[in-house]
Design a protein around this ligand. Structure first.
Ligand code: AGP
Length: 597
């Protein structure tokens, strides 16, 4: 939610900030702005629209100065207008500020500041921070910022520059992510690593209620009482080339294609050394969106093979009830970004009740990682497309590895069975490439269906969450209304919607449990004039006689079919979105990392 970058250097900084900001556009893109200091004066350009549109309108990269801030917005407080775009300033125009987060007490503070004579030009909570710093400033900006931060309730990642002192850039954070990048005679701040990887891979992760003061030569970190803190410098392994789009038209397509290699990387890890799980009697998975769908697949895997009871909770719901957490309950937060506010809050809620936390995250150094007792990493690399694809299949891979490990610990899986199951998992990367070979066929189907207004996704057993995920992908990138349902539930209501205008996408892979039942559900649809696309197992010729269209995926054990059935659904959603002329990487109203409640 909102991306911020800032830099202080010897070179002209606007083009660097602009390039970095584009890497953060997945965090929000309703307006953008850039501030630099030229001759002790802050110059700001900002406008509504995506970063390229804003650059075309106001020529952001032409700004001069070797210190600056930039921001891409996902609006929370105040509508999408030029006035509400960042950076924001105080009355004297001495400071400029960019912000990611939400200040909960902004209305009270605004009233107090207005009473003291401050004049506001926007409806944002961010502008309140700028005026409060001005109010608190007795000549030492760092002290004024520290005092201001103590008065704020809510979350913030902040970049601040001061016209009077163009030799330092100040940053601070609480509950919203912010990293410091360390270069040669230049230093950076950014919401996320991909933004600065081209400049440096040496970073410091700022912690809650820390203030960083950056000059060209050094970075100093303080707590809110002015005490200096020593921080570790870490090296990021992701490379900037991999974070780029390469030859693909969109990140979403690139990331779909990367899945065979990201799964191959993810499945190499060893779960054993992480946390002692012998005593675990119950598992609660907390997550949001696609990560929640991964959790539902994980529930199926763990209960089936490791025989441990699992509940999967929406993190946003979990945190606001009074969940019962008994001794030996393990909490497993799942998050690509590691920054989702609801998941982080659910984790903290569980921790206060004494639970052990084992997180599954993709972004190293993220808040969820740092709040956990142990972490299992999805090695998907930077996921830029707002719609999660490769992170999802990497999450399923980690959940399967965790399942096998728990099965071994609990003696529910004999050694030879584990070896066979690992062998099956190792087939998945190649099989994903085979599933992607159906692309031309999927493109043709997308052409047949892209003008529809609704779609129904059906699945049973372990593929029910994949029906949910397929529907979510279509909704978020194509804006077509889609619902995912357990196939048998259809006759309890949604069957009333079936007609030739409502395509039904049914996951009907061959297995000895649910296949026949799903076929019966498909027949219920076709009997009512419904049009069915089946996701079926290669070699199943029979199903082609029963449905309108089939997309085949390779055969593997039942419990691993979600990793394969997901692929055509991702491609289908992608091609429908592009046929409808939508940018699948930046769906409207969405942001990649939801750091507000
Ligand atoms: C996925 O396509 C979504 N954009 C969204 O549902 C996402 O999975 C959710 O916001 C959770 O994000 P996280 O995995 O970073 O916590």
């Amino acid at each position: 939610m909102c991306g911020i970058v800032g830099a202080i250097a010897e070179r002209n900084i606007a083009p660097v900030l602009l390039e970095s900001l584009k890497k953060l556009e997945y965090r929000g893109y309703d307006s953008a702005g850039l501030a630099t200091i030229e001759n002790k004066t802050i110059v700001i350009k900002k406008e509504c629209g995506k970063i390229d549109e804003v650059d075309q309108k106001v020529n952001l990269k032409d700004q001069k100065g070797n210190i600056g801030l930039a921001h891409t917005r996902w609006s929370t407080c105040g509508s999408v207008t030029k006035e509400n775009a960042h950076p924001h300033q105080d009355c004297t125009k001495n400071i400029a500020i960019v912000h990611n987060g939400i200040i909960e007490n902004h209305s009270e503070l605004r009233a107090q500041l207005t009473h003291k004579g401050h004049t506001f030009t926007s409806d944002t909570d961010t502008e309140v921070i700028a005026h409060l710093i001005e109010e608190n400033n007795q000549g030492n900006i760092v002290q004024a910022i520290a005092k201001t931060l103590k008065q704020l309730e809510g979350s913030y990642a902040l970049g601040i520059i001061e016209a009077d002192n163009p030799h330092q850039l100040i940053a601070a954070r609480k509950e919203s992510p912010l990293i410091i990048g360390l270069g040669e005679k230049e230093n950076f701040i950014a919401s996320d690593a991909p933004a600065i990887l081209k400049q440096t891979n040496k970073v410091i992760y700022l912690d809650n209620e820390e203030i960083a003061v950056l000059t060209i030569d050094e970075v100093e970190i303080f707590d809110l009482d002015g005490n200096k803190k020593e921080k570790e410098i870490e090296t990021i392994e992701w490379d900037s080339e991999k974070a780029g789009k390469q030859a693909y038209e969109h990140f979403m397509l690139k990331e779909i294609h990367e899945q065979s290699s990201t799964i191959a990387k993810t499945l190499e890890q060893n779960i054993e050394d992480n946390i002692d799980l012998k005593e675990v009697k119950r598992i609660i998975i907390v997550a949001c969106g696609t990560s929640w769908h991964a959790g539902l697949v994980g529930e199926f895997m763990i209960e089936e093979l490791a025989k441990i009871p699992v509940e999967v909770e929406y993190a946003s719901e979990f945190r606001y009830r009074d969940p019962i957490i008994e001794e030996n309950t393990l909490i497993v937060p799942i998050s690509q970004s590691g920054e989702t506010a609801d998941t982080l809050a659910a984790l903290k809620e569980a921790r206060t009740k004494g639970a052990k936390i084992l997180s599954i995250v993709n972004v190293k150094g993220s808040s969820i990682e740092r709040e956990s007792d142990a972490v299992l990493y999805t090695k998907a690399g930077p996921e830029i497309g707002v719609a999660s694809t490769k992170a999802f299949t990497a999450q399923l891979t980690v959940l399967y590895l965790l399942t096998l490990h728990l099965g071994k610990l609990k003696n529910t899986l004999p050694k030879d069975q584990i070896a066979n199951r690992v062998r099956d998992l190792r087939k998945i990367p190649l099989q994903i490439e085979q599933a992607i070979e159906e692309t031309q066929h999927i493109k043709k189907l997308a052409k047949l269906f892209y003008k529809k207004h609704h779609a129904l996704y059906l699945g049973r057993g372990i593929n029910y969450p994949i029906a949910l995920e397929g529907a979510l992908k279509l909704k978020e990138v194509s804006y077509i209304h889609a619902e995912g349902y357990p196939a048998a539930e259809m006759k309890h209501g949604p069957i009333a919607l079936i007609d030739e205008q409502m395509p039904v996408i049914a996951i009907a892979t061959k297995d000895d449990r649910t296949y026949k039942k799903v076929i019966s559900n498909i027949e219920e649809v076709t009997a009512r004039g419904g049009v069915v696309i089946a996701i079926a197992t290669k070699g199943d010729e029979e199903i082609a006689k029963k449905v309108d269209h089939v997309i085949y995926i390779p055969e593997n054990s039942y419990i691993l079919t979600p990793l394969l059935a997901t692929i055509p659904l991702q491609l289908f959603a992608y091609y429908i979105a592009t046929l409808r002329n939508h940018d699948p990487d930046k769906p409207k109203n969405l942001a990649k990392s939801v750091t507000v409640e």
